[in-house]
Design a protein around this ligand. Sequence first.
Ligand code: NAD
Length: 447
Amino acid sequence: MNVSVVGTGYVGLVSAVCLAEKGHQVICVDVDEAKVDQINQGISPIYEDGLDSLLEKNVGVRVLATTDLRRAVLDSDLSLIAVGTPFDGNEIDLKYVRIVSEQVGLILKEKSSYHVVVMKSTVVPGTTEEVMVPILEKASGKLVGRDFGVGMNPEFLREGEAIQDFLYPDRIVLGGVDKRSVDALAALYEGFPGVDLIRTNTKTAEMIKYSSNSLLATLISFSNEIGNLCAKVGVDVVDAMHGVHLDRRLSPILATGERVYPSSLTYLAAGCGFGGSCFPKDVKALIAYGKQVGSPMELLQAVIDINSAQPQRMLDLVKEQYPNLDGVKVAVLGMAFKPGTDDIRESPSLPVTDILVSEGALVSAFDPIARHEAEGRFGSAVRFSDDLEGAIEGADAILVMTRWKQFERLPELVAGMAKAPLVVDGRRMLAKDSVPRYRGIGLAPDA
Ligand code: NAD
């Protein structure tokens, strides 16, 4: 199929490269000329494991990037819209979706062959048909269902594992305004045999995406609430959650006696909070949507409240031993909201570092991938180090904020330090007896 992908961020670029890998001809469109140039040179503008090599392999063969939306839509059968849908405090901001819909509509006016416009961005239920379709129809002077198709195909990839997630999805949701639109989407995903395809309408497709992210965020806040209780009453949350995981309704035992640990269990672990460009934004957007339609989302509001308070727990643990942070040397390890990505959006490291700096701590930091992004955010307020050793040198306290594999070396490095620093483990990734002065989320001092 000839496909255009509008918006080449995490979702757009990964989708484009993976669809090319499946044999489609893909034209990537972005307003950002620098990104377009980079993509055409085979260089990924974002860090994502495996993306560079797939891009290099397909660029110039089955992937081409351009700023020319008109050419891309005219030369393709289907367009995936993957622009950002940020949350503006009250609701999701659809300005990029509106702009692209209008532009695509104007191009459809001059296009004689059937084209399907597919919403790939995360949008609240109803958006595709109530916002995108009227704009497309007005700009094109054509009728959806008769002259062109419209679909909604939410994306479930996780940053850090995006290529694997796209190529080996748990399910593919094909929402459409009519059978022809859904069929076109089904043709796009023909190269994914054995994967559950959900054929549905656009509103259900939109709801599936939000419900899915909201459930995962709920599991995290649930674990954090349990962890905070554990810390108060002398229980280690790691032990408590281990016992929870062994329930066969969560990790089933096969007839062979083997236990299945679904990856969702990684969401049932306490830590310093979730971040990223999706969970916080999507949960808040669903809360706002519920309010708008008269169905308050009280559980999800609690999920957000718990998560917002969680980074402060890291500071509380430091302050138990350093009540006055002025002049205290603190190393913040990890700026990315999760390992495997350079994305620092809504990372719990950001508020923690802001407070440390504002209270006079001398902050050093290390992130294996996200240094550039974090330096842009903090400037000279934080001393960024090239390596783990440099960041922790002379530190009074070390905060583990991201579960980067590289940080597993910490106990060995701490053992070589003249004065043992306090290590506050925000991801519970180190053994609690692996360093002399250990504190962790969900762990009482004496547990
Ligand atoms: P992003 O901010 O990384 O990328 C958006 C891209 O769209 C940017 O490159 C921007 O320049 C481009 N753009 C903006 N206006 C444009 C226009 N008029 N024409 C062409 N390009 C334009 O966003 P993202 O993280 O890829 O997210 C995109 C959507 O996918 C969002 O709705 C998000 O919620 C959803 N989503 C994201 C993830 C994720 O892990 N990042 C996962 C699933 C779903």
